[in-house]
Ligand binder design. Sequence first.
Ligand SMILES: Nc1ncnc2c1ncn2[C@@H]1O[C@H](COP(=O)(O)OP(=O)(O)OP(=O)(O)O)[C@@H](O)[C@H]1O
Ligand SMILES: [Mg+2]
Length: 547
Amino acid sequence: MANPNHLLPPDKKPKKQDIIAAQKIIADISSGVYRSPAAALKELVSNAYDADATKVTITTDAPNFRNLVIEDNGTGMTIEDFLQVVTHIGGSRKRMDGETSEIFKRKLIGRIGIGMLAVAQLGNRFYVSSTVKGSKKRFAAEVNLEPFHRDDAALKNMAKIDSDGKIQIGAVRYVDDLPESSDLQYTVITVPDAKKGLISEMTSAVRRAVGATEVLTVEKPTIKGFADLVRIVRSAQRADLVLDGYYYMLWELALLAPLNYLPGGPFEQDDRKIEGASKFSPPTIESFQLIVDGIELFRPQLFPNTKAFNYSSPDPKLYLLDHDRMVAGRRLRFNGYIYSQQPRVHPEEFKGVHIRIRHVGIGKYDKSWLGYPFDEGIKFGQVTGEIYVEDGLEPALNIDRDSFRETDVHYQAMRAYVWDLLRTKIFPEFKSRSKKFREEHQAASEATIEKLFDEKLSKLSAPITGKIVFKTVSEPTLSTWIGIDGTNLIVDKSKWETFLQTNTISGDAAKRFLKLLRVLISSEVLSDLNPEEAENLLEALAVAVQD
Ligand SMILES: Nc1ncnc2c1ncn2[C@@H]1O[C@H](COP(=O)(O)OP(=O)(O)OP(=O)(O)O)[C@@H](O)[C@H]1O
Ligand SMILES: [Mg+2]
C-alpha cells in the first residue's frame, strides 16, 4: 500500500517546475536512432510505401559507396509539405486523415515524424527533390545537419534554443520553382558524402582487416538476382559468414522492408514435404518493388534448409498463428506461423521469432522467443516463426522501430499466446512425432529386410517362402519336430517350446533361428541328415544365434 505521507499532501499547494529534456537527447535522436544502415534505409522505403509508390530504387555507388540515392515514384511533397516536415521533427501529420494511404489503401507505417532523419545516419548532408502530380514545379533542398553533430562541445555552443524551447539541429536551403512536367510525381533523396562508418561497413573494412572471407562480396558479385543470394544463405550457418557488409545490408533490408516473399517462398516443398504448409498463404503486398543497384529485393526467408532435404527425421511442420481479441480495450489481431525443422534452422539469424507490424520487420529475430521461460534444449534451435501484426501493439514500439516496450499489455498478450503454443503443442509434438517416425521407420526397414530375405530364399533349390505354421506335426519329415507342407514350414508347437527352453533362446534370437532354419531347408541341407544328425545341427544353431 502506498503511504500517503510520501504522496502530495492534500492540504498544501505544491510548487511547480517544468521538465526539460537535455539538448543531447534531441541531438542523439536527430543523428539517427537506427541500428544499422539497413534499418535506416528501411525508414526511407517505408516513407515511399506510405506515399503509394510502386517502385523504390536505391543506388549505392558500389563498391565505393560515396554517393547514395533513394528514389521513389510516390505522391511526393510540395515545398510547403517539406518545410512543414523538416521544421516539425517528431510531429508526423501522416495519420491525420486516416490510417490508410490514399491510392492503395495501405495501412500507414509512419506515425512519429522522425523516420526521414534516418538519412542523417547515412550522411550529415543530404538533398531532397520532390514534385507532386498536377504541379509544373519541383523543389530541391539541401538539409545540413553537419555543424550540429560534430561533437558534444560544439553542440553545446551551436544548438540554439528559441523562445518556445525548440532546439535547432540543422539548416535547410532550397529552391522551389524548378520546372517539371505536371504528370510526374517522385521524391529523390541524395546523400553525397556518405559517412565513413557507413562506407567501412559496406566495404567490410573491419572484416577484411581480420582476414574474413565471404562467399558473396561486392568485389566479386556472382549473383544474377536476389534468389541466388537467398540460396547461398539458405544452406549457411550464419548469413554474415557468407555475405560481406554490402550483401548483408541487402539481406537485412529485404528482411525489414515491406516486401513480398520470393516467388514460391517462404515454404518450398520441391525437395521436402512440409506438414501443414498447404494451409498457409503468405501475406502479399500489391504493386510495390524495391530495387537496389539493379537487384529486386524480396523477403529472404526460405525453408526447408538445404540440410533438411534428406535428413532422417519427421517432415518439417508448420503451425499457424491466429489471434484476434480485445486486450485492454484495444484490438490485438495477428497471424503468422511457427515452423519446426530438423536439423536446426539455418541461418542462425532466423532462429527465434520475428515480428512485423504493417509489413515492416521490427528488429532482428528474437532468439529467446519473447523470453520463453523454459529450457527446451536442442529443440529450441529447430523452430523459427514470424508474427504479422494487423492491429494493435503499435504503441509498444520503441521509436527506433526496432524493439518493444515489454510492459505493454499487447506485447504481454502476444507473448502468452506464443508461449502457450510452444509449451503445450509444438514442443510436446517434437517428442510424439519423433517417436512415430522412429516406429514407422523401423517397421519399414523390417519390411524391406523381409522382402529381401524372400528374394534370396527363392534363389535356393527348394524355397520355403510361405508361412511358418506352429501346430502338431503328424509327419515329421526333416527332424523329429519339423516338417514341410508345400512352401510352408510346419513346426511342432510343444516341441518348439521345449527346444527354446532347453537351449535358452527367445525373442530376436528365436526369430534368427527360424530364418536360418528356412535357409537350411530351402537349400535341402536338412533333408540329407538322419534325425540324430539333424537334432545336433539344430542345437548347434541355437547356440550360434544367441546374442
Ligand atoms: N518518400 C516520400 N514521399 C512523400 N512524402 C514523404 C516521403 N518521405 C517523407 N515524406 C513526408 O515527410 C514526413 C516525415 O517523414 P518521417 O519518416 O520523418 O515521418 P513519418 O513517416 O510521418 O513518421 P515515422 O517517424 O514514424 O516514420 C512524412 O509524414 C511525409 O509527409
Ligand atoms: Mg516515416
